[in-house]
Design a protein around this ligand. Structure first.
Ligand code: ACO
Length: 376
């Protein structure tokens, strides 16, 4: 039987750090409130579009796997933040990578987009439809954030990571997954007015409306991730004790602790990044996975459980068996262009432009990117 081994991994985090203190300069909030309710200390704000983060993460993942961009047969772009409705973002990454032989598709299931993308790509590798696949989890939420709404503005950050899948005859890669969706509750997490200013001439930068019932989402996230985890562990013929590492969606430290308790998974097996990156939606799981590998928490043959939850309300839990290799075959020299502004300056720029941006004026989605384009 053919499996889809994870042979490459790489992340690309925007360098600008937004602290809780930064948020309290324009919101009625405090470091104490945010840390005690969410565990978050800081998050990143991107100075470049998501496609650029994904291209650098993709190059790093390809180098790690020892592959060239031309070797790719498939690119899956998991995200719910994209700048254009059409064409898809995966094709934007494809052209920047020079992956001339690849097919490209976007997957949007909100925060679970990377994991649903991992399911789709693993299935395609296993059937032989494609050989080498790049699966990306990327989110640049900052331009679509309602920075006047403290219920949501403190929770999210930008980031990206990617993995490479290749066929293997060994039992490794994705062993099983439990997917689901509490669609009846889809209205409790909804962002209106985003989805690209080109498609919504009237919807301007940051001019979004977030419907967000934090308490209800909290309860459904705990129930969904715990149940999905129990089901996939049983389906794979394993027990909670046999899981070596849990790399969960990082929406809130208290959600993660509650999922671990309900699923019988001790917290010392749970890998956390929520403190330093916040909730990066589709990027949280792959970024945490890359950090866990780099921290030596993933060993040859490790069983890794990845529970996820997001808008929809989509839910899932993925069980992966790691292969023999936990070190990269090579490193890429790909880097982002330098960021010349602080995260607070970037956010204040978005806030100042809210309601004033004219998409027809200069053809550029984010005026702040004009500087980046000029520098390249
Ligand atoms: N700073 C200070 N006070 C705040 C803030 C803030 N940033 N945000 C809300 N408050 C206030 C509210 O106004 C409210 O005040 P009130 O009681 O006077 O009306 C109070 O704090 C809210 O308290 P609680 O609802 O009890 O806060 P809770 O402990 O539930 O935490 C939170 C709220 C953080 C949103 C929590 O419910 C949560 O994490 N939910 C899950 C959210 C999430 O992660 N969703 C995304 C998952 S899916 C995805 O990733 C897209």
């Amino acid at each position: 039987m053919t499996y889809a081994a994870i042979t490459g991994w790489g992340k690309c985090m925007p360098p600008a750090v937004l602290s809780n203190e930064d948020l309290s300069t324009f919101l009625d909030t405090s470091d104490e409130w945010i840390v005690s309710r969410t565990g978050m200390k800081q998050r990143r704000i991107s100075h470049v579009p998501g496609i650029d983060l994904a291209t650098v993460a993709g190059r790093r993942a390809l180098a790690c796997a020892g592959l060239a961009a031309e070797d790719l047969d498939l690119i899956v772009h998991g995200s719910c933040t994209f700048d254009e409705q059409v064409p898809n973002s995966a094709s934007g990454v494809q052209v920047k990578l020079g992956a001339v032989n690849a097919a490209s598709m976007d997957v949007n299931t909100a925060c679970t987009s990377f994991l649903y993308g991992l399911s789709a790509a693993s299935a395609m590798v296993r059937t032989g439809a494609v050989r080498n696949a790049l699966v990306i989890g990327v989110e640049v939420i900052s331009p679509y954030m309602d920075w006047s709404n403290r219920n949501v503005a403190v929770l999210f950050g930008d980031g990206c990571a990617a993995v490479v899948l290749q066929p293997s005859e060994k039992e490794e890669g994705l062993l099983g997954e439990q997917l689901g969706c509490y669609a009846d509750a889809r209205q409790i997490l909804r962002v209106r007015g985003a989805g690209g200013v080109y498609t919504n001439r009237g919807a301007q930068l940051g001019n979004t409306l977030w419907d967000f019932d934090g308490g209800e989402i909290f309860k459904k996230a705990v129930k969904g991730m715990a149940l999905a985890s129990q089901k996939v562990i049983a389906r794979c013929g394993l027990t909670a004790e046999s899981i070596d590492l849990v790399v969960p969606h990082q929406a809130n430290l208290r959600i993660i602790e509650s999922v671990a308790k309900h699923a019988g998974l001790p917290m010392d097996k749970v890998f956390l990044t929520v403190q330093q990156y916040g909730n990066m939606s589709a990027a949280t799981v792959p970024v945490a996975l890359v950090d866990a590998i780099e921290a030596g928490r993933v060993r040859p043959g490790s069983t890794v459980l990845m529970p996820g939850f997001g808008g929809g309300l989509t839910l899932c839990s993925h069980l992966v068996r790691w292969g023999d290799r936990v070190t990269p075959l090579a490193a890429s020299d790909a880097e982002l262009p330098p960021c010349t502004r602080t995260a607070l300056e970037l956010v204040n720029d978005i806030r100042a432009r809210k309601g004033t941006y004219d998409a027809s004026a200069d053809g550029l989605l984010w005026p702040r990117f004009a500087e980046v384009d000029a520098a390249q």
